[in-house]
Write a protein of this length. Structure first.
Length: 194
């Protein structure tokens, strides 16, 4: 079981342990059947496995995807989101869960990067249109502007670097879009400093 950080990390781990216990209980029930499962005359197997066990596994999958959704609501940084996504990717074994992690969860993580870039772009545009962006009064005018722009570069670089570490997710159109937006904003900030 991977380690989940943050103040809710124990809660996520506990929820996943509850899921594991539910699955173990369902599997144990199948293991402890009193009849021979290879006997073709026993039609009870279709009920025990085909209906009950499969339904329980589907409920566990739904609960698992709900846990994934809830964890991403409480993630605040791009690095944390990528780490959380990697944890869930390591745990996903069934195709439906892997597809969910690759599509829905990865999409929300890429949207987080795009939102971070847009936020920095808004701060940059707002800082340029005002007389003086938010910086200490003791900084010289041009040196302070360069330091401020460099801090914005550091912010988007950290977010982008986190997404460069998403080696485990197949490429997505959002990955290309976020990469283009990052390059464009990074170029603007570099030109501003120069």
């Amino acid at each position: 079981m991977p380690k989940f950080g943050g103040k809710r990390g124990k809660e996520y781990t506990q929820s996943l342990n509850v899921l594991k216990e539910k699955f173990d209980h369902s599997l144990e029930r199948i293991r402890n059947l009193t009849y021979d499962i290879l006997d073709v005359k026993m039609t009870q197997w279709h009920d025990d496995f085909g209906q009950v066990y499969k339904e329980e596994v589907k409920e566990i999958e739904i609960f698992y995807t709900t846990i994934i959704q809830l964890t991403f609501r409480h993630v605040s940084t791009c690095g944390d989101a990528v780490e959380m996504l990697e944890n869930f990717q390591q745990l996903s074994k069934r195709n439906s869960i892997q597809e969910y992690v690759y599509s829905k969860a990865a999409t929300s993580v890429y949207n987080m990067l795009i939102a971070e870039i847009k936020d920095v772009e808004t701060m940059f545009d707002h800082g340029i249109s005002k007389n003086r962006p938010p910086m200490p009064v003791s900084h010289p005018k041009y040196g302070g502007l360069a330091i401020w722009a460099q801090s914005l570069i550091c912010r988007i670089d950290m977010a982008h670097q986190a997404f460069e570490n998403m080696y485990f997710i197949p490429t997505s159109p959002l990955a290309e879009e976020s990469g283009e937006k990052y390059k464009k904003l990074r170029s603007q900030l570099d030109n501003y400093i120069a």
